[in-house]
Design a binder for this molecule. Structure first.
Ligand code: SF4
Ligand code: SF4
Length: 329
């Protein structure tokens, strides 16, 4: 299902260790006029699904209005949330049940201590309560977990917990490097990542629910994800069309080459055309790097390659030496 990820806001009610400053702690809400603009044009380009993110989408000042406009425009939608406000907002979701595909909760560990270490005190209890509400109200939900050094041994336990809660499935993802997680030693080495991926592959074969690995896992495929296949685009809370939600807000304000254009200034169609052209250049460059032997081990983790390509990791050059820093070359 071709989708548009829309960051409704960069405000958030948590301050997670692995978040980028561009994604939380701000005070910007997407103007509703930009949302209207996207909803009016996106269908013509084949998009039929809107995935709301943030910050946390539930703190968006026009949350109810955004869902109503999206449903009225005929789109299916989902959202990724930390679950902290869910008790307050789920009645709004129920109003649009016919258009709601899934709510995805971010749960970064099977235990309160590992989740709260990354996401803050009491956040685990509140997201568990949110999952219980979904089960009770028959709201479809799934779980995303970011794998870190701290929770790497909990993937099977998390899959079991998710099945017990009634989740549709679990999607695991590697940590995108951030200054705090790097300083805290939470980034796994490439060998450690591959070991966890093998465990997740095993779970995929044996779990009662759907288990997936998000983009960023070790692969020979040069273009393994929806954004690189032009099946997913991102709109940030400033109204910019950007390449990918994983890169959005990552790096310094100077390293925003993944920002394609602002939808207050150009049409969605024009921004999309520019993104297609940018993606063609990216693909050609990546193929050339690969063919000329410029790839090393870490470049087979596609989100790492993208982070380097878009210069999101300059800060990493001045940290204590580690395997990822050395791979920056
Ligand atoms: S990771 Fe999500 S929930 Fe945590 S601070 Fe960032 S935007 Fe908020
Ligand atoms: S960062 Fe790159 S590889 Fe990762 S999901 Fe985004 S476009 Fe795909």
């Amino acid at each position: 299902m071709p989708r548009i990820v829309i960051e409704l806001t960069n405000r958030c009610n948590l301050s997670c260790q692995h978040c980028f400053s561009g994604r939380h702690g701000g005070n910007t809400d997407l103007p509703l006029a930009i949302l209207d603009h996207v909803l009016a044009e996106a269908g013509l380009l084949g998009f039929d699904f809107i995935a709301f993110t943030g910050g946390d989408p539930t703190v968006y000042r026009h949350f109810a209005d955004a869902l109503a406009r999206t449903s009225q425009a005929g789109f299916q939608f989902g959202m990724v949330t930390n679950g902290q406000n869910f008790k307050m907002v789920y009645p709004v979701l129920l109003e649009h049940r016919d258009h709601l595909n899934v709510v995805t909760f971010s749960v970064d560990g099977a235990t309160e201590s590992s989740h709260d270490k990354l996401r803050g005190k009491n956040s685990f209890r509140r997201v568990m309560q949110a999952a219980s509400i979904c089960m009770f109200k028959d709201i479809p939900f799934s779980i995303n977990m970011v794998v870190t050094r701290n929770n790497q041994h909990e993937v099977a336990e998390l899959a079991e917990l998710a099945a017990h809660l009634g989740s549709r499935g679990v999607r695991f993802g590697h940590l995108m490097h951030s200054p705090i997680t790097t300083a805290d030693g939470q980034d796994l080495s490439s060998e450690e990542r591959k070991r966890v991926e093998a465990e997740i592959a095993d779970l995929q074969r044996n779990s009662a629910i759907a288990i997936a690995m998000g983009p960023g896992y070790f692969t020979d495929s040069l273009f393994p994800c929806a954004p690189l296949q032009m099946q997913e685009v991102n709109v940030d809370c400033h109204g910019n069309l950007t390449k990918c939600c994983h890169l959005s807000g990552h790096g310094s304000p100077k390293t925003q080459r993944d920002v394609i254009g602002n939808l207050a200034e150009i049409t969605f169609g024009e921004a999309y055309r520019r993104l297609v052209a940018e993606n063609d250049v990216f693909r050609e460059t990546k193929m050339r790097h690969h063919a000329s032997g410029q790839f090393d081990e870490t470049d087979y983790f596609p989100c790492w390659y993208c982070s380097r390509y878009y210069s999101k990791l300059d800060w990493l050059r001045s940290t204590e030496p580690n395997v990822w820093q050395l791979a920056l070359r």
